[in-house]
Design a protein around this ligand. Structure first.
Ligand code: BTN
Length: 246
């Protein structure tokens, strides 16, 4: 079970606030949900923006008994749980784009439906807490803002009708708790099966270089393996673009 769930109208970032509370000793399981964030955090230091009421914006505070290096197992479980929730509630089955995006693949390109951001609290070399946040586009206006046109989608755009955000939240938390309680390396196989990055040509934008090649596997630490000109590169952090086959 994950909870209790606290819902607020507006906050700077549900992830930031739960991390602060984790530092202050708040226990495992707390969930914070916001209708609107004024300083939502995305991966790689980016901002995460959504109009009020349009997205599921939620974070969960976890205290897993894991090595720091294994925290990605929890994020994988959270992503898989989000796939289950979209499928169960809206009948929409996204795939996972490495590392933590839920996407819908269309003939004319990949559209982002959701992103997950995990932030760790490490104390004395141990994983003291992990905050996993999700931003899932549920009921977005038609058309999407110009900046997201051709890049993003939302559950209501996929189904043609509005979806209840609370129902999506409950489905996500239920599926996440189920996977978390049984967490082992088997989650990597489930992740591989749901991951549309594998077997594709990708461009990986890293801090100081760009790789272009074939995504061949996810290793036991959740890293992406990309084969380029006969060499396998291990990607720990980066932005992946799904390319069309040549
Ligand atoms: C990404 O860059 O794809 C990850 C986005 C994660 C956004 C969510 S919204 C709820 C939670 N609070 C935050 O500040 N960020 C995450």
């Amino acid at each position: 079970m994950l909870g209790p769930v606290e819902t607020v109208d507006e906050i700077d970032s549900t992830n930031r606030v739960l991390l602060e509370r984790a530092r202050a000793g708040e226990p495992h399981g707390r969930v914070l949900v916001a209708d609107h964030q004024t300083a939502g955090r995305g991966r790689l230091g980016r901002a995460w923006e959504a109009p009020p009421g349009a997205s599921l914006l939620a974070s969960v505070l976890l205290r897993p008994d894991l090595e720091v290096a294994d925290a990605s197992l929890v994020t994988m479980a959270a992503g898989l749980a989000a796939v289950d929730a979209c499928s169960g509630v809206a009948g929409v089955r996204p795939t996972l784009k490495w590392p933590n995006d839920l996407v819908i693949d269309r003939p004319d390109g990949t559209r982002k439906l959701a992103g997950l951001l995990a932030e760790s609290l490490v104390e004395g070399g141990r994983l003291a807490a992990l905050v996993v946040g999700i931003g899932l586009n549920v009921n977005w206006p038609h058309p999407l803002p110009a900046a997201l046109d051709g890049i993003a989608t939302a559950l209501n755009h996929e189904t043609g009708h509005d979806i209840d955000r609370r129902t999506v939240l409950e489905a996500w938390l239920g599926a996440f708790a189920h996977r978390y309680d049984r967490l082992d390396r088997g989650v990597i196989d489930d992740y591989r099966s749901a991951c549309s990055t594998l077997g594709r040509r990708v461009r990986v934008e890293r801090h100081d270089d760009v790789l272009e090649g074939m995504a061949t596997d996810i290793d036991e630490a959740g890293r992406l393996l990309v084969e380029m000109a006969g060499t396998v590169h291990t990607v720990t952090i980066g932005d992946v673009v799904h390319l069309r086959p040549i």
